[in-house]
Design a binder for this molecule. Structure first.
Ligand code: NAD
Length: 440
């Protein structure tokens, strides 16, 4: 079922040989550019038109009424409430520990630099809802933002025909459990554009969505493309697009577990990627047998098959685990499972991954919901330079520079010299003017 890539023997640059999605984000950017431009220019009518086209609803209002959020919470299944509450409390525990504190460095007597961590003012949180519904993503977006102290939080999630054009009721209930009351029934690229530019001429002015300073959250390729296009207009956390799982495994891995974990992420999206990296041909055969057994029995077998047989998924055969480590580093998966002997030792040597799941008892599904870690993670190789969502994502480090007269006087000659080197003499003058009697 899985494509096979044989990297045994000397392979210098595995990155270009690894499986990746055919439709890449840069292609999707060009497709959604006119839609994003239309939202910038026209606001509400363009959002409504896109909602009709892609979600089959024509909303009168974009903002979800407070009563609908309260009702969703009131009618929430008790088991779902308990599971969401557990997810929230574990995530809060981990994210509370991430908060950095302000720090002052005394550079010289009388000269200090203080780093203050200041939360972003207004943040838009995207919660997907196309092929699957994601109340868990409300938790993963809101918990770190609240822990960072963000004052204004807005959630946008696709309207659902089955819920009268509102977002999924469990998504609304999760918003209520977390105390978020500004929610918009808008999805896809149009939601990202609305958050960036505002909804401008919503017929009911009071319910207009004002622009945010930053957008976070995962989504499909269209959402990811809009985030890439609007980076700079607003802050963007990272590209958290169609899900990826890579599993580095040896003969000690249980093939039934490996297959189940590959399927679990393929279930998200036909564009999701599931990649097994192993030196063991015997494991590959056993995992293939398990896939043949498990895939037909899974609820979304068609979507899973599309993802597993797509060019973005496959098995990579390597000489040994050292070579496997080079491959997973080159791939930089959103989720990386290590199912090997001494898994923790291998995990500690990995450099590029969104999150690493260590050993047989830490599957990605645990991290999707209840590990306490965040599930909004970089995809498409972005784990080489970006992190998953955290409290830090919502904070800006602002330096406070405070020097006394004496401390400035002592360093003034160096400032003047460096300003001269850069042919910016007015910079030097701005310091020496303060000390007219001193030698130049
Ligand atoms: P979604 O909300 O991301 O996308 C649905 C929206 O896409 C719709 O509202 C519609 O407006 C828009 N759309 C659909 N077809 C379109 C087209 N042809 N052109 C333009 N816009 C179109 O929900 P989804 O589809 O269920 O996808 C969720 C995604 O989020 C999955 O790919 C999943 O793997 C990913 N995900 C990623 C992470 C992460 O951290 N990387 C976490 C969770 C989920």
């Amino acid at each position: 079922m899985l494509n096979r890539i044989d990297l045994r023997g000397a392979v210098r640059d595995p990155r270009r040989l690894l499986p990746r999605a055919q439709l890449d984000v840069s292609v999707a950017v060009e497709r959604i550019r006119p839609l994003v431009e239309a939202v910038r220019e026209h606001g509400y009518p363009a959002i409504r038109e896109a909602s009709e086209r892609f979600d089959g609803v024509s909303p009168e209002r974009l903002r979800v009424p407070a009563e609908a959020i309260a009702e969703a919470e009131g009618t929430l299944d008790p088991q779902v409430r308990a599971a969401l509450s557990e997810s929230i409390s574990r995530a809060r525990k981990v994210h509370a520990d991430q908060r950095r504190t302000d720090h002052t460095t005394q550079v010289v007597p009388g000269g200090t630099v203080t780093e203050r961590w200041v939360p972003v003012d207004r943040v838009g949180l995207y919660v997907p809802g196309g092929l699957a519904m994601y109340p868990s993503t409300v938790v993963m977006n809101v918990v770190p933002a609240q822990a960072a102290g963000v004052r204004s939080l807005v959630v946008a999630s696709p309207p659902q025909q089955e819920n009268g054009g509102l977002p999924d009721a469990r998504v609304l209930a999760a918003c209520a459990l977390l105390g978020v009351d500004e929610v918009y029934a808008v999805g896809g690229a149009q939601a990202v554009a609305m958050l960036a530019y505002g909804s401008a001429v919503d017929p009911d002015g009071a319910e207009r969505c004002d622009p945010v300073d930053m957008i976070t959250g995962p989504g499909n390729i269209w959402v990811t493309a809009a985030k890439r296009l609007l980076r700079g207009v607003v802050g963007i956390d990272a590209e958290a697009g169609p899900t990826e799982i890579a599993i580095l495994a040896d003969d000690t891995a249980d093939p039934a577990h490996v297959a189940a974990d590959l399927i679990s992420q393929a279930e998200h999206d036909p564009l999701a990627a599931s990649v097994l990296v192993t030196p063991s041909p015997a494991l590959v055969e056993a995992v293939e047998r398990e896939l043949a057994r498990q895939v037909p029995a899974t609820k979304h077998a068609e979507r899973v098959t599309a993802a597993l047989t797509g060019g973005q998924s496959g098995v990579v055969l390597v000489d040994d685990l050292e070579a496997g480590l080079r491959v997973v580093d080159a791939y930089a998966a959103e989720h990386l499972e290590i199912q090997t002997e001494n898994a923790r030792e291998w995990a500690l040597r990995v450099r590029n991954a969104g999150a690493i799941f260590v050993g047989a008892w830490s599957p990605v599904s645990l991290g999707d919901y209840c590990a306490g870690s965040n599930h909004v993670l970089p995809t498409g190789g972005c784990a080489r330079h970006s992190s998953g969502l955290s409290v830090q994502s919502f904070l800006r480090g602002v330096h406070l520079i405070e020097y006394t007269e004496q401390a400035l006087r002592e360093v003034a000659p160096h400032v003047v010299v460096l300003a001269g080197v850069e042919n910016l003499p007015a910079h030097g003058q701005a310091v020496s003017v303060r000390f007219p009697g001193d030698a130049p």
